[in-house]
Design a binder for this molecule. Structure first.
Ligand code: PFF
Length: 465
């Protein structure tokens, strides 16, 4: 009889079970799993990153490409990762190793991605905390003034202090353990976040001049299409759905075997894409309204949300209160994502080093705080430092999203298509129900994804983006 390991318990120890049916899981219900995985997926990627990329890469055409990629590519990769996790009951490195020893290196490459993302993610998380304090201390009008955001991110100390607070909050929840922390927070917060985003998005549309921006956002203009749009949408897809970095493998390892895997993936995807869509709708029409459709305003990149939303709140009746609630929810969304990032990093090291989990947590917290400093200073006193023509934060974002994630995704597809074969994944999906998109899955994972990923990688590397 084959021996399987159960997923990590709270002390991160692994016990061997003779039979997978005895597997102890971290989630107590299917919805708990969906909300927790959606909690990892829905975060700053949806609310901060998606709108500025959509604004920059042609609005409607970016949205269309993104949705097509989500239901084909994103779906196939997420099914693969969660199935690998649930089948093996292990996190990335050990999961690949247990399926085929020679391929554990894929797990290592995947694991490097959260290590790169986590510090700069916390810098943006710090910006969110700053805006939260602004609205709680009644300075909303100042935040709506031109130049406020640039003044804040270019100062040497304040953004770093907020980054450290964000890292500390993340570390506290990670120390509390999977079930108590992540599951509870996500279950309450997700639906509220979606509703509030819809409310603000609808309000945004009522601002004078916003309608034109809304049309720009939803109506694809095919003359804006280029390989850049696809590369950017693909990087965003990985980032937003927490794919190609081992995270969904870890989450899959906590999933109950009696739950419907395909249905869960669909729900996570719908959640994630809905939040991204409404975030774009909150921000892009408003940018149009305030700038009169100026291309430079649409192109301003990372600061878009922090520059535009305060202006929206400033025009809104009761806007200060809405802003305060909104930034609390964004902070929670950012935290559930950063928790999953840190949780992954901590498990990688606790698998390798025989050191207590809390010691590793503290080390990860301190090292990340230090590594985050250059990303933050890159917008201020180190703004002259350019890596591949990008600011330091953008450089880490580019390396993780446009290079390492496509590599991990490509290796994963090759691994499934030629080593373990798609049937292994399909069987795992079919433990409970018919795999309805089996044909699509097979074609995607064996042919379309690998070819497409090679094209994406080549265009990233030769500097199309
Ligand atoms: N998916 C998260 C977001 O959209 O904000 C970001 C993220 C979380 C990326 C966890 C990577 C990760 F491991």
């Amino acid at each position: 009889m084959k021996l399987y390991a159960c997923p990590k318990d709270e002390n991160n120890s692994e016990r061997e079970y003779e039979n997978m049916d005895d597997k102890k899981t971290g989630f107590t219900s299917k919805l708990g799993f969906v909300f927790a995985a959606a909690g990892s997926a829905v975060g700053l990627g949806n609310i901060w990153r998606f709108p500025y990329l959509a604004a920059k890469y042609g609005g409607g055409i970016f949205l269309l490409v993104y949705i097509v990629l989500a239901v084909t590519f994103g779906f196939s990769l997420m099914v693969t990762e969660i199935a690998i996790g649930r089948k093996t009951g292990k996190s990335a490195v050990k999961a690949f190793a247990s399926l085929d020893r020679r391929f554990s290196f894929i797990g290592y490459i995947a694991s490097a991605v959260p290590i790169i993302i986590f510090p700069y993610y916390c810098v943006i998380g710090g910006w969110v905390i700053k805006y939260l304090t602004i609205y709680f201390t009644g300075q909303g009008a100042e935040a709506a003034a031109d130049g406020y955001f640039d003044g804040f991110i270019s100062s040497p100390v304040s953004p770093i202090v907020f980054t450290c607070i964000f890292i500390f909050l993340t570390a506290v929840v990670v120390l509390m353990g999977v079930q108590k922390g992540i599951e509870k927070v996500s279950t309450v917060m997700m639906p509220v976040l979606v509703l509030l985003s819809i409310g603000i998005a609808v309000y945004s549309l009522t601002i004078d001049g916003a309608w034109e921006g809304f049309i720009y956002y939803i109506k694809p203009n095919f003359s804006d299409f280029s390989i850049k749009t696809v590369v950017a949408a693909m990087g965003q897809l990985f980032y937003s759905m927490s794919l190609a970095m081992g995270i969904m493998i870890t989450y899959g390892s906590y999933m109950r075997r009696e739950d419907n895997l395909e249905g869960s993936v669909r729900q996570i995807e719908i959640f994630d894409t809905a939040v991204a869509f409404f975030s774009g709708m909150m921000i892009i029409p408003a940018v149009y309204a305030f700038s009169g459709g100026d291309k430079d305003a649409l192109n301003q990149g990372a600061g878009l949300m922090f520059v535009t939303l305060p202006k929206v709140f400033d025009t809104m009746y009761g806007g200060k209160l809405v802003a305060a609630v909104f930034f609390v929810l964004v902070l929670l969304a950012a935290l559930t994502s950063s928790i999953s990032l840190m949780e992954t990093i901590v498990s990688i090291f606790s698998d390798k080093l025989k050191v207590k989990r809390w010691v590793i947590c503290v080390c990860v917290m301190l090292i990340s705080a230090e590594v985050a400093v250059p990303s933050s200073l890159g917008y201020g006193i180190w703004s002259d430092v350019k890596l591949l023509g990008r600011s330091i934060l953008d450089f880490f974002d580019f390396i993780s999203n446009n290079i390492m994630m496509p590599i991990t995704a490509l290796l994963t597809c090759i691994f499934v298509a030629f080593v373990i074969k798609p049937k292994t994944i399909e069987d795992e999906v079919e433990r409970t129900e018919n795999f309805r998109s089996k044909k699509l899955y097979r074609i995607m994972i064996s042919f379309v994804c690998p070819v497409f990923l090679v094209v994406i990688l080549i265009s990233s590397v030769i500097g199309y983006v």
